[in-house]
Design a protein around this ligand. Sequence first.
Ligand code: ADP
Ligand code: MG
Length: 239
Amino acid sequence: QLSRNFGGVRALRSVSLDVGPGETLGLIGPNGSGKTTLVNCVSGVLAPSTGTVVFEGSDVTGWSRTRRARAGLARTYQSLRLFRGLTVAENVESGLVRTAADHTVARQTRVEAILDAHGLLDLSGVPVTDLSYGLQRRVEIARTLVANPRLLLLDEPAAGLADEETGALRDLLVATRQRLGLSILIIDHDVSFIMAISDRVTVLDEGQVLFSGLPREVARDPDVIAAYLGTPPEDDEHA
Ligand code: ADP
Ligand code: MG
């Protein structure tokens, strides 16, 4: 039952949702519907006005961002936040700074394993700014995964990607989930991408849950169509 106000703006109004172990939950909704605010409250960037965040049985509402990250709660941001002066490997390693994996050899092994799993090993030594936007996104996800999180929060990871890059991201996330068994909460405007990757979908509208259910149900829900999806193209012919 998370609520968050910004002055008079009620960005979240008693939103309840859950992500199960190993589950991928897609979160969609119009611009300004409160998606990023929700992720900010769950990851500890913002305190909710009211409500609680429970992670693996612990009430983490009062925990700092760092403490949540250490407990296994990782996120990416809507805009890239890579260290522009560092290489691919150095950026990925920076994801380990706040974990207990201090031993240099163990760290390097872990970084290399993640780079390999993400098809980035050959680019280890390349300055991250030399990569395409799609590859930079991939580095960012690798950086969040290197600390072995239990829940990954992805805020619009496919925004600005070309179609084939979105496809690669989808395959990567599916493989990662199978390999690590982690839970994912993913926000994106690309509805077909969300449908393809999610076990369940929640739709926010004006800070409230408009719909929660299976991907195939969401596309047929009249409220969701009216508020967000619009009329499917095939129905236009009968209009
Ligand atoms: P979404 O990610 O779904 O596009 P946001 O969570 O970013 O939506 O925003 C929800 C509402 O809260 C919007 O009206 C937005 O202007 C407002 N909002 C979000 N963050 C802030 C902030 N830090 N200060 C003031 N208003 C904010
Ligand atoms: Mg947002």
